[in-house]
Design a protein around this ligand. Sequence first.
Ligand code: NAP
Length: 292
Amino acid sequence: MQLLDGKKAAQAIKEDLTQKTTQLTNAGKPRPHLAAILVGNDGASETYVASKVKTCAEIGFESTLKRLPATVTEDELLQEIEALNKNEEVNGILVQLPLPKHISESKVIQAIHPSKDVDGFHPVSVGNMVSGAPTFIPATPYGILLLLQHYNIETKGKHAVVIGRSHIVGTPMSILLSRNSYPGNCTVTICHSATKNLKELCLQADIIVAALGRAEFVSADMVKEGAVVIDVGITRVADASKKSGFSLKGDVKFDEVAPRCSYITPVPGGVGPMTIAGLLMNTYNAYLKKHS
Ligand code: NAP
């Protein structure tokens, strides 16, 4: 069994982007610039956004964090997005989800200009992804592709089972793995809460992507010997031994599944860091497109 170390793979991407950013600044050019909007004070969202902003600073990207209260109106948020759309210095815009219930996520996603849609959730980005055109791929599936690439994992002709069909992870992952490219060319089965024979399907999988958000759901008896297992799940589970009061659990029972795998991602330290790497790559690509 080999660990798919997301921290190491993300570090390699960050070093490459640092070098590219240094070359830009040495040539007197502006730096890539990511703008994030955080609405309210959700603990997990605070952590994710802080980590994105911190990583931008590490690699030399500019970043702007716009914080808005949970009581902000939908119109006010849309105006903030419009200002960032018009701001020539900003290359990528992300609005951290989830949003308070009184704000329509789909309106917010559609308000971001597709040329700055570094989260890849805008219908234009999704349409381009489905048709195989160059576009922004949602950061988590993009990060998983980069991880498979980093470890040279063979995907052609493999049976991939994706558990979960959300718009941010499962659905784009299933489309990307089925595309005629590398990583891709898989035969893909996408599973969800109405799937009846999940265990049997998983046992046929050469690659399992677990993205359902149920702590330690995938057990050893669901995994074929030699499978590649990508664990996307992050669930906070109460843990009195931790200072924070919780520990992070993946969707896979790591200890019992790992011995059966050829490759497996840990949680934390697997898909999480690669998601940030995917976002940074999207921001750099948005910058290149604007300045080419
Ligand atoms: P989501 O929107 O809640 O979607 C979960 C999906 O799993 C749904 O399609 C649901 O089916 C399916 N599902 C739920 N229970 C199931 C079951 N018992 N059997 C089969 N399918 C089941 O979640 P998400 O946003 O995709 O996130 C999934 C997990 O990944 C979460 O733990 C999240 O925190 C984590 N995540 C991690 C990263 C990272 O950077 N590492 C990034 C994004 C998300 P239905 O459609 O039928 O309801």
